[in-house]
Design a protein around this ligand. Structure first.
Ligand code: TYD
Length: 137
């Protein structure tokens, strides 16, 4: 069955005899304007991160190094994406609950976001998330 929640974007690798390079441009090879970047690294064994949804924020996740898994949930279905390559991005749009886990020791998870950090945009309570998704149906 086709994935409904998992939206991968494959980036072109500009390789030459020196190695590889990937370029990401807003509204070009990703479908939004980039206002913020952050990255998650040195994640300890067994740690789960995320465990929230965003009301409006769109994000693109890339493991520039290593691997991690990402559970996606729209309040009805759940799917687990795998990020294990620097040329693969995972697009997570608004109102998707996400949990990142199974981080390898070398994992550097880069996140590009279409807005600045705002705690007001977070839904950190899963029960509240389910109520909001039901209202939007
Ligand atoms: P948090 O969103 O809880 O991380 P996770 O990706 O695991 O959900 O953020 C951890 C801390 O970092 C929290 O105190 C908020 C802060 N933070 C910022 O200041 N700016 C940011 O862009 C982000 C993503 C987090």
């Amino acid at each position: 069955m086709a994935n409904k929640l998992i939206k991968y974007i494959n980036f072109e690798i500009k390789g030459d005899d020196r190695g590889s390079l990937i370029s990401i441009e807003q509204n070009s090879n990703i479908p939004f304007e980039i206002k913020r970047n952050y990255y998650i690294f040195n994640t300890l064994p067994g740690v789960k991160r995320g465990c929230h949804a965003h009301k409006k924020l769109k994000q693109l996740l890339i493991t520039v190094s290593g691997k991690c898994d990402i559970l996606l949930d729209n309040g009805i279905i759940q799917e687990t994406a795998v990020l294990n390559s620097p040329n693969k991005g995972l697009l997570i749009e608004e109102m998707i609950w996400r949990e990142m886990f199974n981080f390898t020791k070398d994992c550097v998870l880069l996140v590009l976001a279409n807005d600045y950090y705002s705690e007001h945009d977070y839904i950190r309570n899963y029960h509240e998330f389910l109520i909001l998704t039901k209202k939007n149906q």
